[in-house]
Design a protein around this ligand. Structure first.
Ligand code: DC
Length: 225
């Protein structure tokens, strides 16, 4: 029997990570943070000194890089070639690097098998931009999560402040707008809802309300109790 999959796509700062973690915990399913893979490709390229336009070099790294996601209680650690990069891949700079390499079809193709390998019993929650459209088109439930750009910038700002990193709200808004534009306009696997996706606008909703909606959608499709 095929492994049931819930795809969670949406723009930067729409809450996919938080919602995905909560739903995966509820269901007892595995979690794929596909954005982390794009961030890791960009970081691995930088560490190897690859040129910013070396498409083939980055695509090769997407296949060969040694990545480990290690859950430690509530926290998730990410290791690249055995070295911890958990904090390093979460910076805005890493996000911009990821968005750049993610526009290259060769890198996207090179990451396909790695992403699909996460589909293991009892099920998978896959978060990203093209989970429902390209990587897992057969998913049992597809959710497209969105929120206004202003709210997404504010959430990112509060997240960074909590971590003690300084950030300017206007710079974050600008970066989010730039990343949205690049992710939505690229030729391959642009950020668009799958035609059969359930769209949830989380502007003004608390995390728990969004989680409840997704859990209810899954329940209606008998994905879990
Ligand atoms: O979700 P995130 O912010 O960690 O993603 C970082 C970048 O990677 C994002 O700007 C676009 C890209 N990405 C993608 O193109 N496809 C995915 N499935 C996930 C992320």
């Amino acid at each position: 029997m095929s492994v049931p999959i819930l795809t969670l796509d949406g723009p930067s700062g729409s809450g996919k990570g938080t919602i995905g973690r909560a739903v995966a915990r509820h269901a007892g399913w595995h979690l794929l943070d596909s954005g982390a893979l794009y961030r890791l490709v960009a970081l691995a390229g930088r560490k190897r000194g690859l040129g910013q336009s070396d498409v083939q070099g980055h695509a090769a790294l997407a296949v060969s890089m040694d990545v480990r996601f290690a859950a430690e209680g509530e926290a998730e650690r990410v290791l690249l070639d055995g070295r911890e990069v958990t904090g390093e891949i979460r910076t805005e700079e890493a996000g911009q690097g990821a968005s750049r390499v993610a526009a290259w079809p060769e890198v996207r193709a090179a990451l396909l098998a790695r992403q699909r390998a996460f589909a293991e019993p009892p099920g998978l929650v896959a978060d990203g931009r093209d989970m429902g459209t390209v990587v897992f088109p057969e998913a049992a439930l597809k959710v497209f999560l969105t929120a206004s750009a202003a709210e997404r910038a504010l959430r990112r700002y509060n997240q960074l402040k909590e971590k003690g990193s300084g950030a300017s709200l206007s710079a974050l808004s600008r970066e989010i707008a730039e990343r949205d534009a690049r992710d939505s306009s690229r030729a391959v696997a642009p950020l668009v809802p799958a035609s059969d996706a359930e769209v949830i606008d989380s502007t003004g909703l608390a995390v728990a309300e969004v989680v409840d909606r997704v859990i209810e959608l899954g329940r209606r499709r008998t994905l879990w109790a």
